[in-house]
Design a protein around this ligand. Structure first.
Ligand code: ZN
Length: 423
């Protein structure tokens, strides 16, 4: 068997390749059981349902979740302060908790008695981690959950974990070399730092073959460098401290598959209404975690989901990357636009300097103008046409381009300036 084949395949083939109908039945099944369980044992969940005039019997399909208001991550510190430590969302008594994590906010998250509540093993296996891998886990072991969740999932797969934690790059290098670490877990930038340090220390090539990265943006150029220069297959996942892993990349590395243990909706960040696939919105998830059932939890993160089939054979929809924070969106002609989209548009066209989108109002219609400064010698007409095409492509909106003189747009100007007056 070639090395690549050894790292192909599924953690749970049946679950990861089920039909859309089977997935809906599977998720509606665990959702019903989870709501019954939470209704009885988590007073915070019960309060939310009762306030919305609902009980578990109102949820026949996963679509019924839309009847419940989104719980915003930003509301968690206050909810928990009112009912410490977990806001009434925890279903088991404190004596049965294995670990209490503390995330910035502060927000407290419990790790209950059951294993596999964070669904990270599916992601790690899809990313090529296999029994016998020795893995340095460089996420922080203090306070926050990521390191512990991945640690547990690696053990479930049959990997040995070296809990190296954050920092101490020289020690990371010599440990990886000595134990023959074949896997890495942590941020992509720290992996780059470790590889650079290994070169500097002259220890030769590290044996790392697979890496699961997260917690910060992972660019395609980093991925290529890791593959081409170091022989490392690096895949990323998306999750939050509250939810565990929600999505992960397969070998195709083209979007992140949504885990079957999370019901994920992309929603209007203001109303909480689910949006059709293909539109940008806030990631709202409900996770099958018996200890800490987050029901319609609004992450505050923007994304787009596609249900185009993936060549890997997994049938779940895929999250097309992280598109910024929901509190930075502006709604134009019914569609959300985000500062990162402005960067994406400008990056597609050569010769553009500073840029800013101005949203205005003409009669009853929103207007969208991209103001740009051009470098010397740029072909004004060609650049404007290319930018207008990029606006249509990225924002799905029509906009006009206004070329302004150099140094018109302040260096730290907001990427989107909303100049509409509502009176
Ligand atoms: Zn795939």
């Amino acid at each position: 068997m070639k090395p690549a084949d050894r790292r192909a395949g599924y953690w749970n083939r049946e679950r990861e390749t089920m039909s859309a109908g089977a997935r809906e039945r599977y998720q509606a099944g665990w959702l019903g059981a989870l709501l019954e369980h939470a209704w009885r044992h988590a007073p915070g969940v019960r309060r939310r349902l009762e306030q919305a005039g609902l009980s578990p019997k109102n949820f026949r399909s996963t679509d019924d979740l839309a009847r419940l208001p989104v719980i915003k991550k930003s509301a968690m510190p206050d909810l928990q302060k009112a009912d410490p430590p977990f806001g009434g969302f925890c279903t088991v008594p404190l004596a049965k908790i294995r670990k209490i994590f503390v995330s910035p906010g502060p927000i407290f998250e419990p790790m209950g008695p059951e294993v596999s509540a964070f669904h990270a093993e599916t992601a790690l296996f899809a990313g090529g981690f296999r029994p016998g891998d020795i893995v340095i886990n460089t996420f922080a072991y203090a306070l926050t959950p990521a390191a512990h969740e991945l640690d547990e999932a690696l053990n479930l797969i049959g990997c040995a974990v070296v809990p190296t934690g954050v920092g101490q790059t020289e020690i990371q290098v010599s440990v990886a070399k000595t134990v023959g670490a074949t896997g890495y877990v942590g941020t992509p930038s720290f992996l780059m730092t470790i590889l650079a340090k290994a070169r500097e220390m002259g220890v030769g090539r590290l044996p790392i073959q697979v890496a699961q990265v997260g917690a910060e943006p992972f660019t395609e150029s980093m991925r290529r460098e890791l593959a081409d220069q170091h022989g490392i297959m690096a895949r990323q996942g998306f999750g939050t401290a509250d939810l565990g892993i929600v999505a992960y990349e397969c070998a195709e590395a083209s979007g992140m598959h949504l885990v079957e243990e999370a019901i994920t909706q992309v929603c209007d960040p203001t109303s909480g209404e689910p949006l059709p696939h293909g539109q940008i919105g806030e990631l709202v998830a409900t996770v099958n975690n018996r200890t800490y059932p987050m029901i319609r939890f609004g992450t505050g993160d923007l994304t787009i989901v596609t249900d185009e089939p993936c060549p890997c054979g997994r049938t779940s929809a895929r999250m097309l990357g992280w598109r910024g924070r929901a509190d930075e969106v502006t709604k134009v002609r019914g569609l959300f636009i985000h500062p990162r989209q402005v960067d994406e548009i400008v990056a597609r066209v050569k010769g553009v300097g500073r840029s800013q989108v101005v949203v205005g109002r003409e009669g009853h219609n929103d207007t969208l103008t991209l103001r740009v400064e051009l470098g010397a010698g740029a072909d004004t007409h060609a650049v404007a046409a290319a930018l207008e095409a990029a606006i249509r492509d990225v924002m799905k909106l029509r906009g006009i381009v206004a070329i302004v003189a150099a140094a018109t747009i302040p260096e730290n100007a907001k990427k989107i300036s909303d100049e509409r007056k509502w009176d």
